[in-house]
Design a protein. Sequence first.
Length: 60
Amino acid sequence: MAADPRPLPRCPVCRRRASEESRPFCSPRCAQVDLGRWLTGGYAIPGEPEDAHRIDEDDA
Ligand SMILES: [Zn+2]
């Protein structure tokens, strides 16, 4: 029996422990960063993504 019944993966962006709400990322921000990397072919994203405000859509 494992110590953790649902071990969360590590965030591929910042290597922190992923959260259940945003897995496999630790936060919506990291999810946006990873998405941006895919869309741009793996290029690094300097700072925050331009469309970060879209995260708020899932708040209500
Ligand atoms: Zn992260």
